[in-house]
Design a protein around this ligand. Sequence first.
Ligand SMILES: Cc1cc2nc3c(=O)[nH]c(=O)nc-3n(C[C@H](O)[C@H](O)[C@H](O)COP(=O)(O)OP(=O)(O)OC[C@H]3O[C@@H](n4cnc5c(N)ncnc54)[C@H](O)[C@@H]3O)c2cc1C
Length: 414
Amino acid sequence: MKRYSAFAVAREALRNHKGWGRAWAAPEPKRHYDVIIVGAGGHGLATAYYLGRNFGITNVAVLEKGWLGGGNTGRNTTIIRSNYLQDPSAAIYEKARSLYETLSQDLNYNVMYSPRGVMMLAQTQAEVRGYRRTAHANALQGVQTEWISPARVKELVPIINIDGPRYPVLGALWQARGGTARHDAVAWGYARACSAMGMHIIQQCEVTGIRRENGRVAGVDTTRGAIACDKLGLVVAGHSGVLAEMAGFRLPIESVALQALVSEPIKPCMDVVVMANTVHGYMSQSDKGEMVIGGGADGFNNYTQRGSFHHVEETVRALVETFPMISRLKMLRQWGGIVDMTGDRSPILSKTPLEGCFINCGWGTGGFKSIPGSGWGMAELMATGESALTRAFGLERFREGRFIDESVAAGVAH
Ligand SMILES: Cc1cc2nc3c(=O)[nH]c(=O)nc-3n(C[C@H](O)[C@H](O)[C@H](O)COP(=O)(O)OP(=O)(O)OC[C@H]3O[C@@H](n4cnc5c(N)ncnc54)[C@H](O)[C@@H]3O)c2cc1C
């Protein structure tokens, strides 16, 4: 793989960009791999990457039914933060956030990580108590966050109205090193690095069945034929229940559409990410100038990857008191992705009842931020059978009642 560099950009500029190679190969599937990962979203690709980088396991295929990064990874609103309440969550999200800091250098691919700061507004007394508590928990966990006053909120976000009649801003939980990254670039960067290690990324290859022999995984059936493997990772977000059924077990997961929208591009007016969880809305400004806006998940289970007009209305109505300027914006486009929600709003990174088969799912509305940490932990779990990062997120917690309750951190928040 040719390295990307300032020198390479200058050289290609001089020869009309004719010398760039393909970012990743498009190989035919082999008959057998040591590891198959189903799902070429961020989590599947990061798992494959760290299997190779940290454990030298490179006889790996990542199978994708559509195009890589075309699921939630390419549809999310790119918020990165690690200000969760429970210790296991803070550990994996902070691991991810810290990996994001140097991800562009590690992958030799510009993922445009922008630690511009993330603010979660408190607009009720219950939120004040909840976020103060999270700030204390974060201090103990070594995650840098702080509780800030309404005046400081206004200083950081001049366009905000802190004196709303229904929901005045009472303060905020502020994480200065939270921010955003370019979602496609995260998938593309990992894919390119996996391909450079000799791994096979096979697109347009849907897994239709899971082969089992004597209680162990033996391989998968796909739209491009049967492929054998020693270990299998299911990393398919909103389709986790479908794949689990193929493997013969059930998951405590619900699949729902989560929607977002962007406005027409406008001049720079807000250089932090703001989340307003009481009213169910959040907003940031993209590098192109669009206001990126999202809200809550659909109230019913579904597999539609579409946006809907009622959602635009609900979300904009929720935000307009706090951001009066959005009443004058034209909306440009909207979309949806299928997210997988657990009851405690924490993910599942786990062995499964089928030996050799592992699952990574349940990131719900907030799994973009965790991609590097999740891949790191999942790779360790698959390679060695154990990982300190994933230990608390096993499937058995639902049977044992050992929930990792993140409903405050992850209810509407992304
Ligand atoms: C509108 C929206 C906004 C969001 N905002 C944020 C945010 O701001 N911050 C944040 O942290 N998170 C956010 N999220 C959540 C985040 O996008 C997801 O948690 C994360 O992208 C999940 O990544 P993944 O790799 O697990 O899944 P995906 O990216 O969905 O990848 C799974 C892949 O599996 C493939 N697949 C499914 N079935 C099969 C099969 N049978 N065979 C082969 N392949 C299969 C799919 O095609 C898909 O490409 C948001 C999500 C949405 C929808």
